[in-house]
Design a protein around this ligand. Structure first.
Ligand code: 7RM
Length: 512
């Protein structure tokens, strides 16, 4: 069953209703196109689509139903019914017999329903995630283990006290975080939670902090990209609100650089709320590496320790465990409850992607290092690891160095092919609003700054000042597109960007 909904309670209700009867759901993020929706409907052979007439974006109505109509306009699909939530009241086209209003369907149903019992390995959902090829992978999760690990980690990692906490995870239900930590875990644990449909800058840039103050949010779970955006907007904005209810702050989705970590802790957490940097993936289903608040002594920038029972390791090219102080590939040596059970309809790809790089180990696709204490530091996807003159350099490490300079708001680094050095470091930076772009001077200063922070080898060959960075709708920087620009190619497919015009903006600013 395909779900194409905005962040409204009906999204959570629909997922839980599926679980109750044993129907497999496949949520397609509301920002994805009609084509993306159709290919996911086809891949899973969905019979039903649940959608809404539309949603609101920055206070203005924004349609959803037309994309469903377009996706189903070409014959050959498996969909029999479409259920439509009336959300923004806009006009919709209607296919008699196929389309049904949510209110008509739900109001006519009985208030009583006995949950259908299932085997713990009964499929719960499929969620598509991008891989190294163009075709997204349908990650399959089942019921018992997935629910056990999401519920346990939610309670332990956020120190959840359901009777007193107000929990807010800002992830959209279209991503795995919105499945595990908005839909399933909080409801299993009886948490009181905030669900927010809007954007952080509408009607004003203090919106999130206004919500925290109003509902006395005590646990906030969000992504580093959001934190860096707030840093860019300035601390005057959160400083206007009473954030004293916050007691645990979570981070997920990408490495959090120490500067953003410190800002999150000081400005949002009042210098006292512990930060839990949680590493996990769509594939792992639930958190795998994270400090435990009140237990683990915090280290800004490190996800730190595997959760109890999780056998994480860092290995070298040969699959040998590396000693402390060394880097390599992140693997998981033993099965875990919420692990993916396969790629929908493609067992070969499942084996190739996760199980063929190292024998008997799950390969996560991430680079990592163990520090002298054995704590784990995530270094980004291994395809983001550069090799410059035989030196291994992490994009994340250089980005972090750039962002530690007061003039830089955000940075993305790519390794561009280079005749002499193999790869060369190319950095794209957004300057802070109050920093003046002095052209050459700032570039020289930033190169020297990286040289000082990491070493001369890490100095970017080129630093390009840009107005924005290309990001996916879940906030991950699309380095592939930046690599195209850095290597002088026309950037390829940019349709999964949250703002497809960004590549043109970058091109225009480089021409200047
Ligand atoms: C939950 C989620 C997974 C990829 C993963 C990493 C990166 C996620 C962290 C992180 C460093 C973190 N699922 N990633 N969390 N990197 N520190 N705390 O994001 O399937 O969409 O992405 O995200 O590269 O492999 S996901």
């Amino acid at each position: 069953m395909a779900v194409y909904l905005p962040m409204i309670p009906e999204a959570v209700i629909t997922l839980l209703a599926c679980a109750r009867i044993g129907a497999v759901h496949s949520v397609v993020f509301g920002g994805f196109s009609a084509d993306a929706l159709r290919s996911r409907i086809d891949d899973a052979e969905a019979k039903l689509v649940v959608t809404a007439d539309g949603t609101y974006r920055r206070g203005k109505p924004s349609a959803l139903k037309p994309a469903v109509d377009e996706a189903l306009s070409k014959a050959g699909h498996t969909v029999q019914n479409v259920v439509v939530v009336k959300r923004n009241g806009q006009d919709v086209d209607w296919t008699e017999g196929r389309d049904h209003w949510w209110a008509d369907t739900v109001d006519a149903a009985s208030n009583e329903h006995t949950a259908v019992g299932h085997d713990s390995e009964h499929p719960l959902f499929i969620l598509y995630t991008s891989g190294t090829t163009g075709k997204p992978k349908g990650i399959l999760h089942t019921t018992g283990g997935y629910l056990t690990q999401t519920a346990y980690t939610h309670k332990a990692v956020f120190d959840l006290h359901p009777d007193t906490d107000v929990y807010w995870c800002t992830a959209d239900v279209g991503w795995v975080t919105g499945h595990s930590y908005v839909t399933y875990a909080p409801l299993i644990n009886g948490a009181t939670q905030v669900m927010y449909e809007g954007t952080p800058d509408s009607p004003h840039q203090g919106r999130w902090w206004e919500i925290v103050e109003k509902y006395k949010v005590s646990i906030l779970y969000t992504a580093p990209t959001a934190i860096r955006t707030f840093m860019k907007w300035g601390r005057e904005i959160p400083d206007k609100y009473d954030l004293s209810s916050l007691r645990v702050l979570g981070s997920v989705g990408e490495p959090i650089n120490p500067e953003a970590w410190m800002w999150y802790r000081e400005v949002i957490g009042g210098g006292k709320a512990p930060i839990v940097d949680t590493w996990w993936q769509t594939e792992t289903g639930a958190q795998m590496i994270a400090p435990l608040p009140g237990v683990t002594a915090a280290k800004p920038g490190s996800a730190q320790v595997p959760l109890p029972g999780i056998a994480v390791d860092v290995v070298d090219e040969m699959g040998e465990s590396v000693p402390n102080g060394h880097g390599g590939f992140l693997v998981i040596r033993e099965p875990w409850p919420a692990m993916l059970r396969g790629i929908w309809g493609d067992p070969e790809r499942f084996k190739d992607t996760y199980w063929s790089r190292f024998e008997t180990m799950y390969f996560a696709g991430d680079g990592a290092k163990k520090d002298e204490d054995g704590d784990v530091w995530l270094l980004g996807r291994v395809d983001d690891v550069m090799n410059v003159s035989g030196h291994r350099l992490s994009t994340t490490e250089i980005e972090s160095a750039l962002v530690s300079h007061p003039a830089v708001a955000e940075a993305a680094v790519v390794g561009a092919a280079d005749e002499t050095t193999g790869q060369a470091v190319v950095a794209f930076v957004i300057l802070r609003g109050d920093a003046v772009d002095t052209g050459e001077d700032i570039v020289t200063e930033l190169r020297n700054h990286v040289g000082k922070e990491i070493g001369p080898i890490a100095k970017p060959k080129n630093i390009l000042v840009v107005p924005e960075l290309p990001k996916t709708r879940s906030g991950k920087i699309m380095r592939r597109l930046l690599k195209d620009v850095a290597e002088g190619r026309d950037p390829g497919d940019a349709t999964t960007l949250s703002d497809p015009t960004i590549m043109q903006q970058i091109a225009a600013s480089l021409r200047k």
